[in-house]
Design a protein around this ligand. Structure first.
Ligand code: HXC
Length: 262
């Protein structure tokens, strides 16, 4: 069913690809609760939609997202933050979405905006993207996983320096440090690149794609030995899928695989 949203735009610009554009231009896509709820709903709707194989989240050329909404947060008390588990609802993207999500980051991606980009499975950036964890300047710390995900991605010393100083970094730097998988010259190329990759992923067996995401993410939580064993069990499990038979027999027949996603 078509849903109508106020702070995001949702479309399917390529075969199998769900696109979510953050759209709160007056506040540079500052991430307040109603926007996060819409984002979660849109992600879950695409995740359940059998015609969708991968998703892209982007913002505008000016801002991916300029952070959590500072005006919404400024008067919050400890009891409200703790009592309502403030920011916990942001965890739906990394914890419950099974299909791959690519972030196409242009413009500002600061604080919660940088964290949202890091929650995605792949980050693409353009040269002039402006990323950072400036929370220290507001008297707080990253609250949506920034201290954990940035540190895992780029190492402790660099992450510590960035988080302690609040210094911003460019899309080019994010790419050079391995936080972003690709860096494009322009915002248009960045979004096109993300949609192209999402389309490629959406062209594969949904079963295999889901398993790839699951095992790569496990590497972030398990030691190498358990991780390799986990991967092998999931690999074994795929011999129970139709698509394993389809993919391997298509190779032998020099044909293109016609996936059933079963
Ligand atoms: C609320 C914001 C906002 C934010 C921008 N706006 N960022 N509102 N929360 N995070 C609003 C501005 O108040 C302004 O509204 C409008 O968007 C346009 O912003 P300007 O500042 O006029 O634009 P510009 O001069 O181009 O500067 C862009 C900017 C700056 C450098 C990105 O807006 C900025 O520094 N924003 C805050 C970045 C930040 O500190 N983010 C981290 C937030 S803390 P009006 O009404 O005046 O036009 C955080 C904590 C995460 O994210 C922890 C858990 C998630």
């Amino acid at each position: 069913a078509e849903k109508s949203y106020e702070y995001i735009k949702v479309s399917t610009p390529r075969a199998g690809v769900g696109l979510i554009e953050l759209h709160r231009p007056k506040a540079l896509n500052a991430l307040f609760t109603p926007l996060i709820h819409e984002l979660n709903t849109a992600l879950k709707t695409f995740d359940r939609d059998a015609s969708i194989g991968a998703m892209v989240i982007t913002g505008s050329h000016k801002a991916f997202a300029a952070g959590a909404d500072i005006k919404e947060m400024s008067t919050k008390t400890f009891a409200e933050a703790y009592g309502d588990d403030f920011i916990e609802s942001w965890s739906e993207l990394p914890n419950t979405i099974k299909k791959p999500v690519i972030a196409a980051v242009n413009g500002h991606a600061l604080g919660g905006g940088c964290e949202l980009a890091m929650m995605c499975d792949i980050m693409y950036v353009s040269e002039k993207a402006n990323l950072g964890q400036p929370e220290i300047k507001l008297g707080v710390i990253p609250g949506a996983g920034g201290s954990q995900r940035l540190t895992r991605a780029i190492g402790k010393s660099k992450a510590m320096e960035l988080i302690l100083t609040g210094r911003n970094f460019s899309g080019r730097e994010a790419y050079e440090w391995g936080l972003a998988a690709k860096c494009f010259e322009t915002a248009e190329e960045c979004l096109e690149g993300a949609l192209g990759t999402a389309e490629t992923v959406a062209g594969f067996s949904r079963i295999a794609v889901k398993a790839c995401k699951e095992v790569v993410n496990k590497s972030q939580e398990l030691g190498i030995r358990e991780g390799v064993e986990y991967e092998r069990r999931v690999f074994h499990g795929l011999f129970g899928s139709e698509d394993q038979k389809i993919g391997m027999s298509a190779f032998a027949k020099k044909e293109k695989a016609q996936w059933t996603h079963r």
